[in-house]
Design a protein around this ligand. Structure first.
Ligand code: C2E
Ligand code: MG
Ligand code: MG
Length: 741
């Protein structure tokens, strides 16, 4: 800048031009090229001030010291226009455009402006400056092409990495972080943030990653909202100092799901390129979210929403994989089929929400009993299954027992304690299994067997069980027809006063005359009917038939009482009181003559429900009896809690009664005495010998029933039997026995 040369002494040699070109084109970054060009120009023209403007931004300045470049120096100035620069003085300016407006050869929108104190620029100088500026423009143009190429290359690499992360199903957060990171890197490491719409409340924008946007501010939020509302990206060309903010929408299934915002740093890619870059990253976010959603949808479709466990379809797929692996590697594979014992009653009484809570807790307990590599699933309703890879039958049995124990502990749901329990069927993968369903089917059959042999059991599948199941299926099919074809009838067995041997009443017992199987005992067909609502239909028919029979007998013997058996399922069903009430009314039978027999099991399994249902039955005026008393686990004190009128002491106790069987006598005595204290009538079931009769009489038992007096008999035989007995005013052993069941 300090040279005595006059304006006219500039005669650029080829050498000088080459030197300028080398200096300006050497740098790999635009800003360095600009700095070099400006320095060179100021030196060449011995100017005091100089700036380079590019894309409406000040890119370089020299000679202003610490002060900012004044606006007066930035305006559109003509050559040799004098400008008064504060603190410096009056300068003449010369301007060289980086591109000729007419040709747009370099595509650079900018200029170099020099200011010289006291001396105008000659035409020659102006021309030279123009040449230097054009050279810079050319260099910048080349650099920007190179830069764009580099950016494109890095973009491709970054996007590839992101694509890999998405298809490898990396966790969504990780993928989104990688995208933000990539955008940050490619946009000159300026702040970048991702904002996502909260699906629960769409008016909320949740920042996903702010690591790369430390100064995240209101302006950014406002911009994001604008972008989401479809106003597009925000660009303020006049903002020279504050960097412009860019925004790109994230769209998932046609809906705005969020936006990526950035404040790009550096000048390499132009604004349009930056916006495009950001858009590319926003699209990656869309892809990642979309993919995550479809993965989630698939996951949901294969999961049970209450427990989060795989559902039946998914379990069968998994089991099939395990089965093939075990066949291939000749390794063990065992399946458990778990059925909850009292779930339905809980669901019916406490409601579905409590039921769902219970199922979720059941699944947690099952999961704690198995290894992380085992697969637990909810098959539906109250059925669960577990696949145990590399596990033989014996170890499988161990797991099954562990599960049964875990589920036998009380459950705390909605502020109360609920007792359920489970039965488990166990089957090991074998050659006979053609697929996973066959294997699971065997475990199911074993579970069924477990359930029938008493609850809370674990049973291993045996081939004979298959036939048993097939037979029961046949039976069930026949039973369904039974309701309409008149094969069902009732047998009656008298109940006598043990003191007087006078007939007090009669118990109705269901009979089924099967055309092929012959007389099927209720102990066979009732459990089958009880597995479905078929028992409700059969039970209702028995109630109606028995009361109709009773009405016809009352013409002969008034005051005769009727005992009717109902299954727990009928009691749980809401309509039982109406059915009984209607049958009583239709046949003009006083309700107090009817005694409904229920078994203990209901009282133990669900005391709450039992109390509620029994109270409703009591409300219509009928009497209640506990059948087969003593076979369940109920303690005697249980009786106090229910509105019970009668207890039928189970046949197994009576069978043991002999003069020298002191323990059995003591047992029978304690039951009878307790009932007496509670004013509950006692009935002894299955009296077969005179000895039993005598002992029971001595113990003070009220009533009795058994082959000693009569077998159950068809209604017309009963009428004859009863007529004969009443004409003799009671039975006197050796008695009259009608064998007809
Ligand atoms: P339960 O109610 O305890 O009926 C008494 C059973 O003992 C009857 O068997 C009867 O035939 C039998 N029995 C009577 N006296 C003697 C005896 O001296 N010795 C022996 N060994 N057995 C005697 P059944 O008729 O086979 O009925 C079996 C069970 O089926 C009944 O036991 C009852 O639980 C059920 N059941 C019968 N009818 C119905 C019905 O209509 N509805 C429902 N839900 N269950 C029924
Ligand atoms: Mg009975
Ligand atoms: Mg009984």
């Amino acid at each position: 800048m300090n040279g005595p040369a006059s304006p006219t002494s500039y005669h650029w040699s080829v050498h000088q031009l080459t030197e300028y070109l080398v200096q300006v084109s050497e740098p790999r970054e635009q800003f360095a090229a600009i700095d070099a060009a400006l320095e060179h120009a100021i030196e060449t023209f011995d100017a005091e001030l100089g700036v380079v403007m590019l894309d409406n931004e000040l890119r370089a300045s020299l000679g202003f010291g610490r002060q900012e470049v004044p606006q007066c120096f930035l305006g559109p100035l003509r050559d040799n226009e004098p400008v008064e620069v504060p603190d410096i003085g009056r300068v003449f300016v010369a301007r060289g455009d980086l591109d000729k407006a007419a040709t747009r050869g370099t595509g650079c929108d900018g200029y170099m402006l020099l200011g010289r104190l006291g001396r105008e620029f000659s035409a020659e100088e102006s021309q030279l400056l123009q040449g230097m500026a054009l050279t810079l423009g050319l260099v910048l143009h080349n650099l920007s092409i190179l830069q764009a190429e580099r950016t494109r290359h890095r973009l491709v690499e970054t996007l590839l990495d992101i694509q890999k992360a998405i298809s490898a199903r990396r966790p969504l957060n990780e993928v989104l972080d990688a995208i933000t990171e990539g955008a940050w890197e490619l946009l000159g490491r300026g702040p970048v943030a991702l904002l996502l719409v909260d699906p629960a409340s769409p008016e909320l924008l949740r920042p996903h990653s702010l690591d790369r946007y430390p100064g995240f501010d209101d302006e950014a939020v406002a911009l994001a909202r604008g972008a989401l509302a479809g106003e597009g990206a925000n660009w303020e060309p006049s903002a020279l100092r504050s960097r412009p903010l860019l925004a790109a929408q994230v769209v998932v299934s046609g809906e705005a799901a969020g936006c990526l915002i950035a404040r790009p740093q550096g000048h390499a890619p132009g604004y349009r390129d930056q916006a495009e870059l950001l858009n590319a990253f926003a699209q990656q976010v869309s892809l990642a979210l979309n993919d995550a959603r479809s993965v989630d949808a698939v996951r949901k479709a294969s999961r049970d929403h209450i427990t989060g466990l795989p559902n039946r379809a998914h379990f069968l797929q998994k089991l099939e994989q395990e089965r093939l692996t075990s066949v291939e590697g000749n390794t063990d594979l065992t399946v458990l089929f778990i059925d909850l014992d009292r779930f339905k009653a809980v669901n019916d009484t406490l409601g579905h929400q409590v039921g769902d809570e219970l199922l979720a807790e059941v699944s947690r307990r099952i999961t704690t009993c198995i290894r992380p590599t085992d697969t637990a699933a909810r098959l539906g309703g109250d059925e669960f299954a577990v696949a145990l890879a590399h596990t033989d039958l014996e170890s499988g049995r161990g797991v099954a027992h562990r599960i049964v124990r875990a589920l036998a502990n009380p459950f705390a749901v909605s502020g109360r304690e609920v007792l359920i329990g489970a039965s488990v069927g166990i089957a090991a993968s074998a050659e006979r299994h053609s697929d996973a369903s066959a294997l699971l089917g065997d475990a199911d059959i074993a579970m069924y067997r477990a359930k029938r042999s008493g609850r809370g059991r674990c049973v291993v599948f045996e081939p004979y069980m298959q036939e048993e199941v097939a037979d029961r299926l046949d039976l069930f099919t026949d039973l369904q027809r039974l309701a309409t074809n008149g094969q069902l009838w009732l047998a009656y067995q008298p109940i006598l006063s043990l003191a007087s041997l006078g007939v007090e009443g009669v118990e109705a017992l269901m009979r089924w005359s099967h055309p092929v199987r012959g007389l099927v005992p209720p102990s066979v067909f009732i459990p089958v009917a009880e597995e479905t609502d078929l028992i409700l239909e059969l039970g209702a028919q028995a109630i109606e038939r028995a009361l109709a029979d009773m009405a016809s007998w009352h013409r002969h013997a008034t005051g005769l009482r009727l005992n009717l058996n109902v299954s727990a399922r009928q009691v749980v069903d809401q309509s039982l009181p109406e059915i009984v009430g209607a049958a009583l009314a239709a046949n003009h039978v006083p309700p107090e003559l009817l005694t409904i027999e229920i078994t203990e099991s209901l009282l133990i399994e669900d005391p709450e429900l039992a109390r509620a249902r029994l109270t409703r039955l009591k409300d219509i005026g009928v009497r209640l009896s506990i059948d087969d008393f003593g076979t369940g686990y109920s303690s005697l004190s249980y009786l106090r809690q229910y509105p019970v009128d009668q207890v039928k002491v189970d046949r197994s106790f009576i069978a043991e009664l002999r003069d020298n069987a002191t323990n059995d006598i003591a047992l029978a005595r304690s039951i009878i005495e307790l009932c007496q204290r509670l004013r509950i009538e006692t009935v002894a079931e299955g009296i077969e010998t005179d000895e039993q009769l005598r002992l029971l009489k001595e113990l003070g038992c009220d009533l009795g029933q058994g082959y000693l007096f009569a077998y159950p008999m068809p209604a017309h035989d009963w009428l004859t039997w009863q007529g004969a007995v009443s004409s003799r005013r009671g039975l006197s052993p050796p008695n009259l026995v009608s064998a007809s069941s």
